[in-house]
Write a protein that binds this ligand. Structure first.
Ligand code: NAP
Ligand code: ZN
Length: 349
């Protein structure tokens, strides 16, 4: 037994997305049925549709930046009621018992967290993401979207927001800290807003200067083009923290050269190809090269509350279902300002 809902899916690796219908399970006691209003397009959706990260499950309904309204709740749900504004990010389940789940880092669940799409749940059923009208999710993986943030600008926070908030928080972005954000795309533009709100002095490192005016409006103090080799010399030894949000490989050594002694470069970008570095780029200056994957559910709620408090939402371009393939091309060409969000009412309409 299940409910049929409209969705957009990639039928096979790299194929254009097209309309389809999928089944959503009947509510279990701890489930929430969400009428999806908006779904953000993350570059990870494109990586997975194209199998950049390895073999994937098709048909694939991408989408892990979901914002909507609760339409029904299971018999044991007490945290949410019909009409509540809620969001779902990259995960829809985990074991709940291992040391990482208990610590609130469900993304590192030893049994493997169940991703919102392109995954198989503990019940053996494939998961399908947010490019659809409705979704059913276990209540523990649903977050509350505070009043004051529109659902459209909130949707991208569920992945791009938490993926940048978590490392900025962990690596101490704040007053007196110089933070560089590499790549001004979906993740990068939210990283700028969040790091500025945390009190850090923020520099954008973009391929060119064409988005400079936007970057400064978002709160960055400086903006440099990485296409200009003199940038790396001019900024030598400057940053406490470099957050790399780039979806392609980079010359890591050149970036490490811009860190202060003891500084850290944290990668959240996830290219399919390996990144490489010279050991001496880290040794000379006790530098740290680190990674960060999304964030746990409690931290995602903390991030949403922080964004509401600081008036932070994504800069979005809202599109209809039939524009998704064009949006994918534009994201791949770094032609996004700064997140595409699908109006899910147009799916199957
Ligand atoms: P996006 O909107 O496409 O932004 C990426 C930005 O990187 C582009 O706007 C561009 O910025 C820059 N860029 C792209 N190609 C480049 C190249 N060849 N050389 C230098 N810079 C380049 O993508 P996104 O949605 O923000 O995602 C970024 C990456 O993070 C993706 O790989 C995604 O899979 C990954 N991700 C990781 C996590 C995690 O948990 N760690 C979560 C979500 C996403 P400029 O035009 O300013 O140069
Ligand atoms: Zn994402």
């Amino acid at each position: 037994m299940s409910t049929t809902t409209h969705a957009i899916a990639a039928p096979s690796p790299g194929a254009p997305l097209s309309p389809t219908t999928i089944e959503r399970r009947d509510l279990r006691p701890d489930d929430v049925l969400i009428d999806i209003a908006y779904a953000g397009i993350c570059h990870s959706d494109i990586h997975q549709v194209k199998e950049d990260w390895g073999t994937a499950i098709f048909p694939m309904v991408p989408g892990h930046e979901i914002a909507g309204v609760v339409a029904a709740v299971g018999s044991a749900v007490t945290k949410y009621q019909v009409g509540d504004r809620v969001g779902v990010g990259c995960m829809v389940d985990s074991c709940g018992e291992c040391e990482y789940c208990v610590a609130g880092t469900e993304q590192f669940c030893v049994k493997g967290n169940v991703q919102t799409y392109n995954a198989v749940g503990f019940d053996g059923e494939n998961t399908y993401g947010g490019y659809s009208r409705q979704v059913v999710v276990k209540d523990a993986f649903v977050c509350r979207i505070p009043e004051g943030i529109g659902l459209d600008v909130a949707a991208p926070l569920l992945c791009a927001g938490i993926t940048t908030y978590s490392p900025l928080n962990r690596w101490g972005a704040g007053p007196g800290k110089k933070v560089a954000v590499v790549g001004l795309g979906g993740l990068g533009h939210l990283a700028v807003k969040i790091a500025v709100a945390m009190g850090a002095e923020v520099t954008v490192l973009s391929q060119s200067l064409k988005k400079q005016e936007d970057g400064l409006k978002l709160g960055a103090k400086d903006y440099f083009a990485t296409g200009d080799p003199s940038t790396f010399q001019a900024l030598r030894g400057r940053f406490d923290l470099i957050l790399n949000t780039v979806s392609a490989t980079l010359p890591v050594d050149s970036y490490l050269g811009m860190l202060r002694v003891g500084g850290a470069m944290v990668n959240v970008g996830a290219p399919g190809e390996p990144l490489s570095y010279n050991a001496f780029s880290l040794l000379g200056g006790n530098k740290v090269l680190a990674g960060s994957m999304i964030g746990g559910i409690a931290e995602t709620q903390e991030m949403l509350d922080f964004c509401a408090e600081h008036g932070i939402g994504a800069e979005i371009e809202t599109i209809s279902a039939d524009q998704v393939n064009v949006a994918y091309e534009r994201v791949e060409n770094s032609d996004v300002r700064y997140r595409f969000v699908i109006d899910t009412a147009t799916i199957g309409a």
